[in-house]
Ligand binder design. Sequence first.
Ligand code: HBI
Ligand code: FE
Length: 287
Amino acid sequence: MSDANLTRPKGAADDWTIPQGWDAYTPEEHATWDILFARQADMLPGRVTPEFIEGLDVLRLSKPGIPDFEELSERLIKATGWQVVAVPGLVPDEVFFDHLANRRFVAGNFIRKPDQLDYLQEPDVFHDVFGHVPLLAHPVFADYMQAYGKGGQRAAALGAIERLARLYWYTVEFGLVRSGNGLKLYGAGIVSSYTESVFALDDPSPNRIGFDLKRLMRTKYRIDDFQQNYFVIDSFEDLLEQTLNTDFAPLYAELEGQPDIEIEAILPADKIYTRGTQSYARAREAA
Ligand code: HBI
Ligand code: FE
């Protein structure tokens, strides 16, 4: 994501945080949260990784209305030492990484309009809090997110943010995890979306392939529609182990000369869970 044209709004602190302004939410805004929450809470059991449901419980996210970040942070601090802070929208990469490296998750304080229930481009409070925060109550995932923030700071110094951003995209936002009974959802971009929660697991269109760090970092991604490819991790422990204990500098150097991999490509070395038909993506292109 490029942040060349982000300017810090008046009223935002140096670290881009703002007061959440919980008292200013209207009944309609709280109702929007409740509608989104109810749809996902009905659909996700059995589809999402159990750690996500545990996070919802530990953080009491089923309480009606948009969560108050202070109250949420109190519970989250007890679980893993993370907090949630409010921002007006996208923040520059360095600001984002600095917050994560210090166990602060930045969440948009605004909520989508009732006519945008299924899609909006900017991360709002439902995506950020419902999508991202439950797994921050899980100790291993919590460590992975902090490691990503620290890795971001190193990547920035090496001019490799684009590559590292792919890791975030294909794990934190759109990751799947293997389990004893099939694949499960964990990426925030999926679990906060009613339609993609079904598509990502059940649709024959996308590829689903095993997580491979180098391969992933060469793979392009799309931000405008359902993914054409999902990477499947074995476990959060394995994800953390593979990334935390890896020096990315030689990796970036090695990848420098290698071409990008097209989004829908399948390579001979890939561990294939699903060889997608890509029918959805083709139909969208033709439309
Ligand atoms: N800002 N608020 C917000 N939320 C994000 O997810 C976010 C961001 N700024 C940069 C960013 N993500 C990514 O581009 C980095 O992971 C590279
Ligand atoms: Fe997100």
